[in-house]
Write a protein of this length. Structure first.
Length: 300
């Protein structure tokens, strides 16, 4: 009996040994694959002339991008990808430019923002820096998720100075969807370091449909929450308009029995215009064909 038990034990040990050998072989193969992927990424970085150029002017950018490529090779961005806070649209804008979409409302409180930044650089570097392509940004404001990670003024300022010049020069449009007063104030605070041309690129899209100026919003695959908030804003606007129409004292202007004169209450130009209308003619306006002889535009 003892002999059989020993034989069974030896057989078990033999099988276990073969299993562990296979496991070690599998682990070794995985390590070799990761090593090969990292070596390939390092080789690609070495061949990227833009990174070599930026290594003296934008050291932090190069450091973050290099870390991002290593993390990507190891599958380290799966958690960030699931958040869907940054993505490259599957379509171009109406001018043939790449579209990058940002949804800060999808960032949970306490998220590693440095990792989010690295993922963003990984998404944009190839097109914006290496290929030097123009691009459009669609930034959807966080108006519903109060638990989302907030992006402070200092954080935004740091990212602005961290990225190379190509990010500023190649951005052709920044479309901010559903901007609140706080967002507008934030941009105002940042205005001292923004060039005047930035404001020509800025679009405040109070409704999703206003994105149509630069890109077809129906093709952007926007989150359902964004469309729901859009409808909420419409409902609130209709309710406000109805309340104004039904408020006491709302009616025609000017009220019956009250005279109206653009210049004064004792005749003058106002009386002449009224007389012209009474006679069935058109009012004689000295500035009908322009803004007036003294109108001047201040150059920007």
């Amino acid at each position: 009996m003892s002999s059989l038990s020993d034989s069974a034990f030896l057989a078990h040990v033999s099988k276990r040994g073969r299993g562990e050998g296979l496991l070690e072989q599998s682990t070794s193969t995985a390590r070799e694959a990761n090593t090969s992927a990292l070596a390939l990424n390092i080789a690609q970085q070495t061949q990227d002339a833009s990174l070599q150029r930026l290594s003296t002017t934008n050291k932090e950018y190069v450091r973050l991008y290099n870390r991002a490529t290593v993390l990507s090779a190891e599958g380290g961005f799966r958690d960030i990808e699931k958040l869907d806070a940054i993505r490259r649209a599957q379509i171009k804008d109406k001018f043939g430019r790449d579209v990058f979409m940002f949804f800060p409302g999808n960032l949970p409180a306490g998220v590693d923002l440095s990792k989010v930044v690295m993922y963003g650089l990984l998404c944009m570097h190839e097109s914006v820096v290496k290929q030097n392509n123009p691009y459009t940004i669609v930034w959807a404001c966080n108006n519903e998720n109060d638990e989302a990670q907030s992006l402070s003024y200092l954080w935004l300022r740091r990212q602005y100075y961290m990225v190379p010049h190509e990010y500023h020069a190649n951005m052709r449009c920044l479309a901010v969807v559903h901007p609140r007063v706080g967002v507008r104030m934030m941009l105002l605070l940042l205005s001292y370091m923004l060039k005047r041309s930035f404001w020509d690129k800025l679009i405040y899209a109070d409704r999703i449909e206003f994105l149509d100026e630069v890109v077809n919003p129906k093709l952007l695959d926007l989150p359902r929450e964004l469309h729901a908030y859009d409808k909420l804003l419409d409902t609130q606007a209709y309710a406000t308009a109805d309340a104004a129409l039904n408020s006491p004292g709302f009616g025609t202007f000017p009220p019956a029995g009250v005279g109206f004169s653009p210049v004064g209450l004792d005749g003058g130009v106002g009386a002449d215009i009224g007389a012209a209308y009474a006679g069935g003619g058109a009012p004689a306006c000295p500035y009908a064909s322009g803004l007036g002889p003294e109108t001047k535009y201040e150059e920007e």
